[in-house]
Design a protein around this ligand. Structure first.
Ligand code: DMJ
Length: 483
């Protein structure tokens, strides 16, 4: 393809080589980052990427991304106001359950705040505060309500100081606590917000282990330790059930603790369990989480890591034997470079991002699942996912390398080219043919456009070193004082 620039590939290889030779692999934490990236290396990085830097006008990009957010938000308001999400094809709103929970207004709120859209953010906040009511006789997903609603309300509270948002967050968390009443303490995958009844005994590590960032933040903000302790107990239990070689499976029965699926990967169903171990270690200075992360990443690097002629990857393996079960990587797995950055493995993060970026460039957009062994598509859909942009933002924050700005511009331009409709952005059925599908998930405004914006945003928009993002891109302030 013409768009795969020779210079870009050559520069990428040079940058990776510089990173590798400089031993960035062993940088241990973000606070030690500056010391790890010596000035000589920084200057080499700058020189090697000189020509790329000149091509990017950050202020212009930030403005364009902001305009795109507003374009989507205004059509959500026009056609779907009061509903969870917008279907830009049908020009109608849709709800996940029998009653609306205003998912888009909650999930997208902090993006508006960060983009400086005061009028829209204030109007949105007032709407949510007057209409959102969790006292509903409905079974909801424990995982989704934690990452989108609890995370969204908490981060918007921290950004505005508006106590009503904190009250809503606490009310939701109190209702979600009923989900943890299994014999093991691991949460059921669905909970009735009014009655506290539960459903879904078969869950997965992401469902069980993606809670502590939000529940812990709520403890910090309210002083009530029940939230932290409940989420942490579930995490400890899950970790204790890892196999002898330190891996987890992809399905678990929360009543018995038995593994129902034994396939390990960094993909959907497991992804944010690993992500929250390192994030909780940093956000709460939690040494248990640090230890759990350290032993988990050792097993992941031993059994899932794969270096092939096509690049660096993380594939699938059986949790008991460590035997490779699939050479699959996908758009959800693409969060992993960002997580590796947090853990200090910046050079490996850069290599992995580069492997997946090549796949993006091949199709002009990324497929949901890809076989890196045969270099063929396994699932051709593109669901407007943010993970590859999230990792590019982390890598840019850690290295300052303008190569990631070029990546960010590529992502944004391709989204506009292939996913934009007359009143919103839509998912793709097939990245090879670019056939459009339907639907614009709330995470497109909460995550995809936020991470893209933050890469180009004016200084002072958000200090990366002062926050930890939850898995839905809601920033939690790093001002924890251990209890
Ligand atoms: C988001 O809801 C979250 O990032 C979650 O952890 C995984 N999937 C979607 C976006 O792809």
């Amino acid at each position: 393809m013409v768009r795969i620039l020779f210079t870009r590939s050559v520069l990428s290889v040079m940058v990776l080589a510089v990173l590798y030779m400089s031993g960035l692999a062993h940088a241990q934490s973000q606070s030690r980052r500056s010391a790890s990236i010596g000035s000589e290396v920084r200057s080499r990085l700058r020189q090697s990427a000189e020509s790329e830097r000149e091509t990017i006008d950050k202020a212009k990009m930030a403005e364009e991304i902001k305009k795109t957010f507003l374009f989507c938000w205004n059509f959500y308001k026009k056609y779907a106001w009061g509903h969870d999400e917008l279907d830009p094809v049908a020009k109608k709103g849709s709800n996940w359950y029998s009653v609306p929970f205003y998912m888009m207004p909650v999930d997208a709120m902090d993006t508006m705040i960060l983009m400086g859209m005061k009028k829209e953010a204030d109007e949105d906040r007032q709407f949510v505060e007057t209409h959102l009511n969790f006292d509903q006789d409905v079974f909801v997903s424990t995982f989704e309500f934690t990452i989108r609603f609890l995370g969204g309300l908490l981060s918007s509270y921290e950004l505005t100081g508006d106590k009503k948002l904190l009250e809503l967050a606490r009310d939701l968390a109190n209702r979600e606590l009923a989900a943890f009443k299994s014999p093991t303490g691991m949460p059921y995958s669905a909970v009735n917000l009014k009655t506290g009844a539960v459903k879904g005994a078969v869950s997965n590590p992401a469902g069980v282990g993606t809670l502590l960032v939000e529940f812990g933040t709520l403890t910090k903000l309210t002083g009530d330790t029940v939230y932290y302790n409940t989420a942490k107990r579930a995490l400890l239990k899950l970790y204790s059930l890892r196999s002898g070689i330190g891996l987890v499976g992809d399905k678990i029965n929360v009543e018995t603790g038995e593994w129902v699926g034994t396939d390990c990967s960094v993909s959907g169903r497991i992804d944010s369990y690993y992500e929250y171990l390192i994030k909780s270690a940093i956000l709460f200075h939690d040494e248990d989480c640090r230890r759990m992360w350290d032993s988990s990443i050792a097993a992941i690097n031993r059994y899932l890591y794969d270096s092939t002629s096509t690049g660096v990857w993380y594939g699938h393996a059986d949790m008991y034997t460590g035997k490779r079960t699939a050479t699959m990587f996908g758009s959800l797995d693409a969060f992993f470079p960002g997580t590796l950055c947090l853990a200090g493995e910046v050079h490996r993060a850069a290599e992995l991002e580069e492997s997946w970026y090549k796949v993006w460039e091949k199709y002009g957009i990324e497929p949901e699942d890809f076989d890196y062994g045969t270099m063929t598509i396994r699932d051709p859909g593109y669901y407007l996912r943010p993970e590859i942009m999230e990792s590019a933002y982390y890598l840019y924050s850690y290295t300052g390398d303008p190569h990631y700005l070029v990546m960010g511009k590529t992502f944004f331009d391709d989204l506009v080219k292939y996913c934009k409709m007359d009143c919103g952005f839509v998912q793709l059925e097939n990245v090879a043919t670019h056939q459009k599908g339907r639907g614009m998930p709330s995470y497109f405004l909460a995550e995809t456009l936020k991470y893209l914006y933050l890469m180009f945003a004016p200084p002072g928009t958000l200090d990366f070193s002062k926050v930890i993002f939850n898995t839905e891109a809601h920033p939690m302030q790093r001002n924890w004082n251990a209890h």
